[in-house]
Design a protein around this ligand. Structure first.
Ligand code: TGC
Ligand code: FAD
Length: 407
C-alpha cells in the first residue's frame, strides 16, 4: 500500500452527508423482509454512510486499506453474523447476512471482501471444522475485530484448479512443517491468522491455522492493482513454518473443505454485487435528473430511460434470486450450483450496470466524484475471485447435463 498520509477525520468532516443513496425496491421486496432484517439493513447503511462513504474514495485512490474501519465492521456485526452467539458471533440468519454484505458492497467491494473473508472464509471453517479449543481461541477475537484473518487457497500455478495445489506439510513430533506459497490473498498483509489449505504427506488437503509471528511465515503485499484498491491483497509464503498440530482443523479432509467455505462466501457476494449495482443505478438516476443537455434533463431522453429501465429490471430479478437463495440457505437446502448461478448472475449484472451507469455520467463518470468507476473496477475482481464467471458456468453446466467439463 502507498504511504500517503490520509487524515481520516478531515475526510469525514469534509464529506459527511454527501452520500445520498436511496435503495431501489421496484417490487416492494422489503415486504418479504422481517422487521429485524430491515433494522439490521438500515443500521448497517447508516454506519456505512457515516463512516465509510466519506473516506472510501480517498483510501481507494491512495491504494490504502482503511484499517481503522475493522473495529466498526465488527461492531455492526459484519464478521460472522450467521454464526452462533456462543462464540461471540451474530446468531442471525442468511438473509440478514446477505443484507449486511449488500450494504457494505453498496459502498465498496473491497470492504465487503474484508467482511466476507473474515466471516465466511476464516470464521466459518474454524466453526464448521475446528476443534472446540480452536473455536474458543479464535472465533470471539475474529468476531470482535481484535483479530483479522485471511484464507489461503489460490497458488501462483493453481487458481481455478485448487486441487493441484503444491503447498504441503510433513509431521515433526507435535508439529507440522509447512512449505509453499499462496497468491492473491485478501487481507493477507494485515492478517493475524491465515486459514491455509495444504496437502499432507499422503497428498490429502487439510486446513491449518497459521498465526502471524510463526517463524518463516511472511505476507508480502501485492501492489499496482487497478481493482479493489481499498482492500489489501498479498501473498502467503511458508518457508519451513513450524505449526503445532493442534492448529490443524480436525473436522475435514479434501477439497470439499475449502469449497464448503466458498459456498458461504459466494452466497454473500451474490448479495454484495447487487449492492454495488444498486449504488450505480441510484447514482445514474439522480445524475440523469440533474444533468441537462439540449435544454432538458438527460433523464428525458429515451436512450437514457432504456438504460435505467433495463438496470432496474436486472436489479429486481437479482433481488428475487438472492431472497429465494437466502431462504434455501436458511433451510439448509441451497445447492452449490444454485449458489454458483446467483454469484455468476449478480456479479455479471452488476458489472454491466456499472458500465452503463458510467456512460450515463459522461466524463464525470470517470472521476472519483462519483463511485461508479470504482465499483466497475472493483467488480472486475469480484467476477474473477471465488470462482471465475466461466468456472461458475461450468459448475452449472455440470449440474444441468451431468457431464463434468473439468475432467
Ligand atoms: P471436484 O472433484 O468437483 O470436487 C472435489 C470435492 O469437493 C466437493 N465439492 C464441494 N463441496 C462443497 N461445496 C462445493 N461447492 C463443492 N464443489 C465440489 C466434491 O463433492 C468433492 O468431494 P469428495 O468428497 O468427492 O472429495 O473438484 P475439482 O478439482 O474438479 O474442482 C471443481 C471446481 C473447478 C468447481 C472447483 O475447484 C472450483 O470451484 N474452482 C474455483 C476456485 C475458487 O473458487 N477459488 C476461490 C479462492 S478463494 C477466493 O477467491 C477468495 S476472494 C475473497 C474476497 O476477497 O471476497
Ligand atoms: P486461472 O485459473 O488461471 O484462469 C484464467 C482464465 O482461464 C479464467 O478466465 C478462467 O475462467 C479460465 N479457465 C480456467 N480453467 C478453465 C476451464 N476448465 N474451462 C474454461 N476456462 C477456464 N484466492 C484465495 O485463495 N484467497 C483470497 O482471499 C483471494 N482473494 C483474491 C483477491 C483478488 C483481488 C483477486 C483478483 C483474486 C483473489 N483470489 C483469492 C484468487 C482468485 O480466487 C483467483 O484469481 C481465481 O480463482 C482465478 O484463478 P486465477 O487467477 O489463477 O485464474
Amino acid at each position: 500500500m502507498s504511504t500517503i498520509n490520509l487524515n481520516t477525520e478531515a475526510l469525514k468532516a469534509a464529506n459527511q452527508g454527501k452520500d445520498r443513496y436511496t435503495q431501489p425496491d421496484f417490487y416492494n421486496i422489503d415486504d418479504l423482509l422481517s422487521e429485524e432484517h430491515k433494522l439490521i439493513r438500515d443500521s448497517v447503511r447508516d454506519w456505512v454512510k457515516k463512516e465509510v462513504s466519506p473516506v472510501i474514495e480517498a483510501y481507494a485512490q491512495a491504494a490504502q486499506f482503511p484499517q481503522h474501519l475493522v473495529k466498526g465492521m465488527a461492531d455492526i456485526g459484519a464478521f460472522g453474523p450467521q454464526l452462533p452467539t456462543e462464540y461471540g458471533c451474530g446468531g442471525l440468519d442468511y438473509i440478514a447476512y446477505g443484507l449486511i454484505m449488500q450494504e457494505i458492497e453498496r459502498c465498496d467491494s473491497g470492504m465487503r471482501s474484508t467482511a466476507s473473508v473474515q466471516g465466511s472464509l476464516v470464521m466459518y471453517p474454524i466453526y464448521k471444522f475446528g476443534s472446540e479449543e480452536q473455536k474458543r481461541k479464535f472465533l470471539p477475537q475474529l468476531a470482535n475485530g481484535k483479530m483479522l484473518g485471511c484464507f489461503g487457497l489460490t497458488e501462483p500455478d493453481h487458481g481455478s484448479n485448487p486441487s493441484g495445489m503444491t503447498t504441503h506439510f510433513k509431521e515433526d513430533g507435535d508439529d507440522v512443517i509447512l512449505n509453499g506459497a499462496k497468491m492473491w490473498i485478501s487481507n493477507a498483509p494485515f492478517a493475524d491468522v491465515a486459514v491455509v489449505w495444504a496437502k499432507n504427506e499422503e497428498g490429502i488437503i487439510k486446513g491449518i491455522i497459521v498465526e502471524r509471528g510463526m517463524e518463516g511465515f511472511t505476507t508480502p503485499e501485492t501492489h499496482n492493482k487497478w481493482s479493489l484498491r481499498a482492500s489489501a491483497t498479498g501473498e502467503l509464503v511458508f518457508d519451513n513454518v513450524r505449526v503445532p498440530k493442534t492448529n490443524i482443523l480436525p473436522g475435514v479432509s479434501g477439497l470439499k473443505g475449502p469449497l464448503t467455505c466458498l459456498n458461504s462466501a459466494r452466497y454473500g457476494i451474490s448479495w454484495g454485487a447487487l449492492g454495488a449495482a444498486m449504488d450505480c443505478y441510484d447514482t445514474a438516476l439522480r445524475y440523469s435528473k440533474q444533468r441537462e443537455q439540449f435544454g432538458r434533463p438527460i433523464a428525458g431522453f429515451q436512450l437514457q430511460q432504456k438504460k435505467l429501465a433495463e438496470m432496474l429490471t436486472e436489479i429486481t430479478k437479482a433481488q428475487l434470486v438472492v431472497w429465494r437463495l437466502g431462504n434455501l440457505m436458511n433451510d439448509g437446502k441451497a445447492t452449490p450450483a444454485q449458489i454458483s448461478m446467483a454469484k455468476r448472475n449478480n456479479v455479471e449484472i452488476a458489472l454491466n450496470i456499472s458500465r452503463e451507469a458510467r456512460q450515463m455520467l459522461g466524463g464525470m463518470g470517470i472521476t472519483g466524484e462519483y463511485p461508479i468507476m470504482r465499483h466497475m473496477a472493483n467488480l472486475e475482481s469480484v467476477v474473477t475471485y471465488e470462482g471465475t464467471h466461466d468456472i461458475h458456468l461450468l459448475i452449472l453446466g455440470h449440474e444441468i447435463t451431468g457431464e463434468n467439463a473439468f475432467v
